[in-house]
Design a protein around this ligand. Structure first.
Ligand code: ADP
Ligand code: MG
Length: 258
């Protein structure tokens, strides 16, 4: 069910690192249940954008709202803007599940322990409840049979599927994928994309940075192309991928679509 409400709202977001202005005024909304793909050349700020959304990077200016609530700041009774508390920021961050290129699993924990760690530590679930939840999401990524394995004994594709289950186990409102298949051998990307495709089909709200253009085109409701810190192209994937209006987007696609 695709609903119209904007679950993520980004308003005039800017981010600089010293003199380097990486994001120069990014504004977009993501509807609940929709998939937004973010494309752009290496260094164009895709990761910085996702990291600003969950406040792993603090935006230089601009606003991010999740389900109507500002991330990183709050509005005081007198209307002034004040930095939010660390506790509120981590609570908000838990609402945004993130999957990275590097899976970042804990090597000393089993697959199941990796998945239930945050629900127990952050959400304070009882262990039994967390285990039930963890198994539910491991089964969703087809890895229930590996729950007692250690990450080092899994393939890259399996490790990434564990990382997805781990993010899902927090039951976030939105999933962020930052080049989730870029570190995988080509024969292993398919199994990860398949899991992502199933999530999209179920109505998971997803922001996806990817170079898998076929996948992006098939799964996303909208695609944006970042260039020079701004949204240079924005539209339905069928148009963005086949008939971009921006010459820079056209050039970028001709390089990656070979
Ligand atoms: N923590 C940081 N400190 C300084 N520069 C950074 C930092 N993170 C990213 N950058 C720079 O910001 C630019 C955008 O990086 P990034 O968001 O990783 O791009 P992309 O994900 O599109 O490849 C790059 O020039 C990168 O070197
Ligand atoms: Mg990146």
């Amino acid at each position: 069910m695709k609903r119209m409400a904007a679950i993520v709202r980004v308003v005039e977001l800017r981010k600089s690192f010293g003199p380097l202005e990486v994001l120069r005024g990014i504004t977009f909304d993501v509807r609940e249940g929709s998939v937004l793909t973010i494309i752009g050349a290496s260094g164009s700020g895709k990761s910085t954008l996702l990291r600003c959304l969950n406040y792993l990077e603090q935006p230089t200016s601009g606003e991010v709202y999740l389900d109507g609530k500002p991330i990183g700041f709050r509005i005081e009774a007198d209307g002034r803007r004040a930095p939010d508390t660390a506790a509120n920021i981590s609570r908000m961050r838990a609402e945004l599940g993130m999957v990275f290129q590097q899976f970042n699993l804990w090597p000393h924990m089993t697959v199941l322990e990796n998945v239930i760690e945050a629900p127990i530590r952050v959400k304070r679930l009882a262990r039994k409840e967390a285990v039930d939840l963890g198994r539910r999401f491991l089964s969703k990524v087809n890895l229930l049979d590996k729950e007692n394995e250690y990450p080092a004994r899994l393939s890259g594709g399996q490790q990434q599927r564990v990382a997805i289950a781990r993010a899902l186990a927090m039951q976030p409102k939105v999933m962020l994928f930052d080049e989730a298949t870029s570190a995988l051998d080509p024969e292993l990307t398919g199994e990860v994309l398949e899991v992502m495709r199933a999530l999209a089909k179920e109505g998971t709200t997803m922001l996806v940075v990817t170079h898998e253009m076929g996948f992006a085109r098939e799964v996303s409701d909208r695609a944006i192309f970042l260039h020079n810190g701004q949204i240079e192209e924005d539209g339905p994937p069928a148009r963005v991928f086949s008939a971009p209006t921006s010459e820079r987007c056209r050039q970028f696609l001709s390089k990656v679509l070979h």
